[in-house]
Ligand binder design. Structure first.
Ligand code: CP
Ligand code: NVA
Length: 304
């Protein structure tokens, strides 16, 4: 594996499966009281420039369970918030910590930090990618369906960070992906170019009813990601009425289709309350799997 986990395009199919297999093992260990203190004495710095519930709680808990420690830093309260260059933050944190997890806006900022950090850097979500979320989704799907190869995931909504990482992750492990999004809200060009190499295994639609056909997994995320709040009214107008996981829309997917959401969910917008509650079991299994998948990443990047 490379030094850092910045986006899934950098991982091979084999590396993704290595993470998923270790995540399954670590989940088994923690549930059966089997000690797994692979990161005894190690420290992870967690730098957040955006809000978080799951990412913070799962990384911090994960480090604790692995015998290490995590430091929570809000970007605004660090000297970075007063203009200290990213490259200096990277070099200073590298002198104390064994790894750095970052949630920020611009992927280039994360990449600059990783370039200057001498310790592994993990993407805890940027505007462009949410690799840990996609790994947890793959883990959750494999737990339920036993295999990933040949399954079809349909993503309905904004072609955002979560959508981008799902496209890359699912295609790499042999799945089919369909995406339904409104004009102007497609995934970024570099993700579409990546997907082009997979031929018919990737398809874009405007109409979610066409995209969900024959889907094994239907995924959605918020219409308004963090940082896009000033576009909320316009996005509400564009997505409303069409890009919502409702019982009616899901009736077009496979009968036993899973429904997943990275959370937090906005009921009445991208998902109805009824669908959210009917599929809460798998949605919160994915939330739990953030812990296990990230522990696997931490072990592989920061372990001996
Ligand atoms: N899905 C996810 O990353 O959740 P948080 O924003 O709560 O960390
Ligand atoms: N797309 C959302 C995901 C939050 C976990 C955002 O970027 O805000």
């Amino acid at each position: 594996m490379k030094k850092d986990l910045l986006k899934l395009t950098e991982l091979s199919r084999e590396e993704i499966f290595t993470i998923l297999d270790l995540a399954d093992q670590l989940k088994y260990d923690v549930k059966n009281g089997i000690p797994h203190r692979q990161l005894e004495g190690k420290v992870l710095a967690m730098v957040f420039a955006k809000n978080s519930t799951r990412t913070r709680a799962s990384f911090e808990t994960g480090m604790f369970q692995l015998g290490g420690h995590a430091i929570y830093l809000t970007a605004a309260d660090t000297q970075a918030g007063r203009g200290e260059p990213v490259k200096d933050t990277a070099r200073a944190l590298s002198r104390y910590c064994d790894g750095i997890m970052v949630r920020t806006f611009d992927q280039r900022e994360l990449e600059e930090l990783a370039r200057y950090a001498t310790v592994p850097v993990i993407n805890g979500m940027t505007d462009s990618a949410h690799p840990c979320q996609a790994l947890s989704a793959l883990m959750t799907i494999r737990e339920e369906k036993a295999l990933l190869d040949g399954l079809k995931l349909c993503y309905v909504g904004d072609g955002n960070n979560v959508c981008s990482s799902l496209i890359v992750g699912c295609l790499k492990v042999g799945m089919e992906v369909s995406v339904a999004c409104p004009e102007g809200y497609e995934p970024p060009r570099e993700v579409l170019e990546f997907a082009e190499d997979f031929g018919d295994r990737f398809r874009m639609f405007r109409d979610p009813r066409e995209a969900v056909r024959n889907a094994d997994v239907v995924y959605t995320d918020v219409w308004v990601s963090m940082g896009k709040e000033d576009e909320a009214a316009e996005r509400d107008r564009v997505f409303s009425g069409t890009y919502q996981l409702s019982e009616e829309l899901l009736s077009g997917a496979k009968e036993n289709a899973m429904v997943l959401h990275c959370l937090p969910a906005h009921r009445g917008q991208e998902i109805t309350d009824a669908v959210m509650e009917a599929h809460a079991k798998e949605i919160f299994e994915e939330a739990e799997n953030r812990l296990h998948a990230q522990k696997a990443v931490l072990c592989l990047l920061m372990g001996a």
